[in-house]
Design a protein around this ligand. Structure first.
Ligand SMILES: C[S@@+](CC[C@H](N)C(=O)[O-])C[C@H]1O[C@@H](n2cnc3c(N)ncnc32)[C@H](O)[C@@H]1O
Length: 344
């Protein structure tokens, strides 16, 4: 939503945002990890696909746990691929494999990377055609998307629908409603982000639309896997296509296999808001290193007038911790470190 603050309020708002970028050292006893303060305003990474659950705001913190000598990053649950985009923007690795079970999403990724002009123009045409009759236009595009699966329709729907949240009915039809408060991303900004991402990824990305279990066996000791599976509890029957089959036991078996093969990975898995925790605890036998990130006030809590803070957990595999320890002179990880990312 656009800020309603006038020009006079802007310098103050900018100052506030800079302050909120400050990183505070971890709070728990015994944690040997100190993050430097960072008051430099960050250049925003491009983000062409609006996507609920995107890790855009946390990406820069996740990058802190990337090894220095990384060539290939694999994202089996890519979504809008915020972490890969951030990694590419910062030159953290040179090759990428993006995968997601959602086929229209990966088709959209294909067009963004390989046909940026075509998809930008098509989005702009759809966006302009809505003016004055936004809701009927949305309904028409949704109907056509369900018949054709076209990528420009999908991008427009994501830009206009409630919370940029992908929802399908039990017949696999996209059934999310429009957000009546917004018209969707401005086509000029969308075009800039599409071209920027195409530039970052072209000739160095592999795209696939497979179940994650088919992708993990491709990872080696030299790579890094970043996983952000759908939260448990967010998948009802009607979302069967979006959340297809991330069964807890199967998932932990796959994590075990990765660790046994010495594959470094980072997992965004559970979290908590106030007293409420999400996600079934991962077994200790996986020997994962847990980091907790203070992700700021939850929007749901804000809506309800509460001040609950959301914490997101990151889990690092033992092979990754060993690789980081080898390359760092100073230990940067303490047991169960908590990073407090003020307002991240
Ligand atoms: C929480 S989202 C990932 C968000 C992503 N980190 C981002 O920055 O946008 C989880 C993704 O996993 C995908 N997914 C669900 N089940 C899957 C499966 N079995 N295999 C591969 N991808 C799956 C969903 O389509 C969804 O895009």
């Amino acid at each position: 939503m656009r800020s309603i603050a006038g020009p006079a309020a802007r310098p103050q708002a900018r100052k506030r945002r800079q302050g909120r970028l400050r990183l505070v050292s971890c709070a728990r006893e015994g944690a040997g990890y100190t993050l430097p303060f960072n008051l430099e305003p960050e250049r925003k990474a491009p983000h062409p696909i609006p996507y609920q659950g995107s890790k855009r705001l946390l990406a820069k913190h996740i990058l802190r746990f990337f090894p220095n000598d990384l060539d290939l990053l694999i994202e089996p649950f890519a979504g809008s691929a915020a972490v890969s985009i951030a990694a590419a923007s910062k030159g953290k690795c040179s090759r990428f494999h993006l995968n997601d079970i959602n086929k229209p999403l990966m088709a959209l990724w294909h067009d963004i990377v390989h046909r940026p002009a075509v998809i930008s123009e098509a989005y702009e045409a759809l966006w302009r055609a809505q003016v004055g009759d936004e809701n009927r236009h949305f309904a028409l595009v949704r109907e056509r998307f369900n018949l054709t699966g076209r990528t420009d329709y999908f991008l427009y729907l994501l830009a206009r629908c409630v919370k940029a949240s992908v929802r399908y009915n039990s017949n696999g039809q996209f059934n999310q409603s429009p957000d009546n408060r917004r018209r969707g991303r401005n086509p000029r900004e969308m075009r800039d982000d599409i071209f920027a991402v195409s530039h970052l990824f072209s000739r160095r990305v592999r795209l696939s639309s497979l179940d994650y279990r088919k992708v993990l066996p491709l990872a080696t000791e030299a790579d890094l896997v970043y996983m952000d599976p759908p939260y448990q509890g967010t998948c009802g029957k009607r979302d069967s296509r979006y959340c297809t089959g991330v069964d807890f036991d199967e998932f932990t078996t796959e994590l075990n296999r990765l660790t046994d093969r010495g594959v470094p990975f980072i997992l965004s898995y559970d979290g908590r808001t106030g007293e409420k925790t999400y996600g079934r605890p991962l077994p200790d036998s996986l020997n994962l290193h847990r980091i907790e990130i203070d992700a700021g006030r939850s929007s749901q809590a804000t809506l309800l007038g509460r001040v609950d803070v959301t914490y997101e957990s990151l889990y690092l595999s033992a092979p990754l911790v060993m690789r980081l320890a080898k390359q760092d002179e100073k230990p940067r990880l303490g047991a169960n470190a908590q990073l407090s990312l003020v307002g991240a």
